[in-house]
Design a protein around this ligand. Structure first.
Ligand code: IPM
Ligand code: MG
Length: 352
């Protein structure tokens, strides 16, 4: 198979982990006789520095014309000025919107050898295998009006939490579809006791639930969901929620896996192009040191092979190699080890 991939290494540790992902993808291409072409583009803070814009129209067009997009991370203290016209994060949001990737899949599994890396009690972590599906192109991140003004001499800021029924329906349908090949349990997270948008969310969830009687549906309020992720994570199968709740809950869920550096994500939509990024950020504190954990990025490539290219065997080959590497006690600093980013990737490549 031939595939055209756009690489957006971004800022901070992004370039370090993307470089290793490319080495893994090349190893897969060699092993299974595929051919990838890469186009590397700037996005985020580096793009502001170079072009004065966090995402240029040309870069977005290149991404839209690719088979899949591999993204490292964006952001950093250099671009944190609250009064700046553009921010690295704006580029990321515009990219998600521009690709129409409304569903962000964030699988959270606990490798048995990493149970001790998590602050949770080992017995809570047995059998944890969660798929969080975060709605990605709606809600508070995109709602209008949004902005700052002043009224009667007081400063005011507003964000809008807006959802249309179709935006909820499509992500909910995907949650039920993916639950079918898992434990057939959907946990829909909302704040329906307070928010109007959540009452619509729940109404749509009930409708889709009725159309899928073979799958169990439960509704959990977001505050309770935050607690359940810690007190009983093994009960959760597929968790589906709106954009900002999903952002917050997946950082929390990453603690179950031992390190945020472990978690991959896939952003999918009705369009052809998927976006693949680890859930960790740009980690400015360790950027440039070559010690970042590349596993979240490498596992995101496995998701790319599976969801964008339909290459299940290749995807599983990466996932098995990562599992075996962890079992063999290979560890980067975030997991209490000493391996560099490159050495960790090498350990994985050897086991492909
Ligand atoms: C994530 C990140 C982003 C988000 C930021 C960098 C805009 O936290 O992908 O989880 O909030 O979506
Ligand atoms: Mg986040």
């Amino acid at each position: 198979m031939k595939a055209k991939l756009v690489l957006l290494p971004g800022d901070g540790i992004g370039p370090e982990v993307v470089a290793e992902a490319v080495r893994v993808m090349d190893a897969i291409a060699g092993k299974f006789k595929h051919e990838w072409t890469y186009q590397e583009r700037l996005m985020g803070g580096c793009s502001i520095d170079q072009f004065g814009s966090s995402l240029t129209e040309e870069t977005l067009a290149d991404c839209q014309a690719a088979d899949a997009v591999v993204l490292g991370a964006v952001g950093g203290p250099k671009w944190d000025d609250p009064n700046a016209k553009d921010r690295p994060e704006r580029g990321l949001l515009a990219l998600r919107k521009g690709l129409g990737v409304f569903a962000n899949l964030r699988p959270v599994k606990v490798h048995p050898a990493l149970i001790d890396s998590s602050p949770l009690k080992p017995e809570k972590l047995q059998g944890v295998d969660i798929l969080v599906i975060r709605e990605l192109t709606g809600g508070l991140y995109f709602g209008w009006p949004k902005g700052r003004d002043s009224k009667d001499g007081r400063e005011r800021a507003v964000d809008t939490l807006e959802y249309y029924d179709y935006e909820i329906r499509r992500v909910m349908e995907l949650a039920f579809k993916l639950a079918k090949s898992r434990k057939k349990k959907v946990t829909s997270v909302d704040k329906a006791n307070v928010l109007e948008s959540s009452r619509l969310w729940r109404q749509v969830a009930v409708q889709i639930g009725k159309a899928n009687p073979d799958t169990a549906l439960e509704h959990v309020l977001v505050d309770t969901a935050a607690m359940r992720l810690i007190t009983g994570p093994a009960w959760i199968d597929v968790m589906v929620t709106e954009n900002m709740f999903g952002d917050i809950l997946t950082d929390e869920a990453s603690v179950l896996a031992g390190s945020m550096g472990m978690l991959p994500s896939a952003s999918l939509g009705e369009g052809r192009v998927g976006l693949y990024e680890p859930i960790h950020g740009s980690a400015p504190d360790i950027a440039g040191k070559g010690i970042a954990n590349p596993i979240g990025m490498i596992l995101s490539c496995a998701l790319l092979l599976r969801h964008s290219l339909g290459l299940e065997q290749e995807a599983a080959s990466i996932e098995k190699a990562v599992d075996a590497t962890i079992t063999a006690d290979a560890r980067t600093a975030d997991l209490g080890g000493k391996l560099t980013t490159r050495q960790m990737a090498e350990e994985i490549i050897q086991r492909l």
